[in-house]
Each structure stands twice: as structure tokens, then as C-alpha cells.
Design a protein around this ligand. Structure first.
Ligand code: HEC
Length: 172
């Protein structure tokens, strides 16, 4: 009788240890995923957008369809895509977009020719004074027209500094 109790206790201990190991592994996997953000590189972000097939798989900006009317300097017609984390923050009226948020806006001429793609990508610590946004502009073939902490983009978007530099709609 005593023996079987000891065996049960040993089995319980082994189980607990195994459970601990599994939990620890799960935790490191989860934190790895958390820190897997794209580098602040125009090329890497373009490659990521293509890999994600954003124009087919991502949602459009909440409340905006394809080819809505745009203002200077972006183009006559615009189609704007957002990744999931950005989409959730916008619809939940968070007031700010989270780290990892990507907004990819396609800029079209009046006859619907794709002229450029302008992107905002939020990376914590990248530019804390200016909302931590990485800015990039591409031609339709992916050629980078400009990237990084672009004054030209930031100066105009600063009009909406208290809306996380976002112009399309209020985040609150
Ligand atoms: C002169 C002002 C101005 C400049 C310069 C400018 N933008 Fe914008 N941007 C806007 C406006 C206004 C909108 C809202 C869409 C519209 O009506 O055209 C917008 C929208 C956007 C959006 C959609 C998300 C949002 O903020 O609403 C992105 C992405 C974007 N711009 C990227 C850029 C990038 C990248 C640059 C620099 C290469 C840039 N913008 C330069 C005025 C500007």
C-alpha cells in the first residue's frame, strides 16, 4: 500500500515537471512572436506587404471602400489597406495605433492608374518624438522613392499629431 502511494507521488512529480517544461517553452514561443516585428527598412516592408498579399488579404480602412476620393499630395483616388492590429485599433476607437500597425495606401490617378504606394509602419522606439512611425513611398513596381523619418510626410501629417499622425479618420 505504502509503495503504491510513493509511486503515485513520484508520477505526480514527474507530471508537474513535464508540465512546467511545456509551459516554459510555450511562453518563450509567445514572447518570440511578440518581438518579431519587421525591421525599419523600406525593402523589408515592401517584401512583407507582397508576401502578405495585402491587396487581397487585408481589410480596407474601416468605412472606406476602393477608389475613394483623395486630397493633395496623395492622388485623386485612394485605396487604403490595414493589417489586423491596425484594423482592430481603428474600429475599437483606441485613439492610437499599436506597435506593428501597417497602413498601406495605394494612390491612383483619376483614370485609376496606380501611381504610388505610401506606407506608415509603427515601430516602438523608432521615432518616439513623432509617433514612432516609419514612412515609405514606393512606385507601383516597388521602387523606393523615399523611406524613414521623412520630414516631408511628418510635417504635413503633424496636423493630426493628436490623432497619432493619422489623417484618414478620427481614431477616437
Ligand atoms: C501635404 C500634406 C501631406 C503630405 C506631405 C503627406 N501626406 Fe499622407 N495624407 C495626407 C492626407 C490629407 C491624408 C488623408 C487621405 C487623403 O485625403 O488624401 C493622408 C493619408 C496618408 C496615409 C493613410 C493613413 C493616414 O494617415 O490617414 C498614409 C499611409 C500616408 N498618408 C502616408 C504618407 C507618406 C508616406 C508621406 C510622405 C512620402 C505622406 N503621407 C505625405 C496628407 C499628406
Amino acid at each position: 500500500m505504502k509503495k503504491s502511494i510513493i509511486i503515485i507521488l513520484i508520477l505526480l512529480c514527474v507530471n508537474l515537471i513535464l508540465y512546467g517544461i511545456v509551459l516554459a517553452q510555450y511562453k518563450t514561443e509567445a514572447s518570440k512572436e511578440k518581438t518579431m516585428f519587421i525591421r525599419a527598412s523600406g525593402r523589408d516592408i515592401w517584401d512583407y506587404l507582397k508576401k502578405m498579399d495585402y491587396a487581397k488579404k487585408w481589410k480596407m480602412w474601416p468605412g472606406k471602400g476602393a477608389f475613394y476620393k483623395g486630397k493633395e499630395p496623395h492622388g485623386a483616388l485612394l485605396t487604403t489597406y490595414v493589417n489586423d492590429s491596425a484594423y482592430m485599433a481603428i474600429t475599437e476607437k483606441k485613439g492610437i495605433l499599436p506597435e506593428g500597425a501597417i497602413v498601406a495606401k495605394e494612390n491612383y490617378s483619376p483614370d485609376k492608374k496606380l501611381m504610388a504606394i505610401t506606407v506608415m509602419y509603427k515601430l516602438k522606439g523608432y521615432n518616439p518624438q513623432r509617433g514612432d512611425w516609419f514612412w515609405a513611398k514606393y512606385l507601383s513596381n516597388g521602387k523606393i522613392e523615399g523611406e524613414g523619418k521623412m520630414d516631408m510626410c511628418i510635417n504635413c501629417h503633424s496636423m493630426e499629431e493628436y490623432n497619432d499622425y493619422i489623417m484618414t479618420s478620427s481614431l477616437k
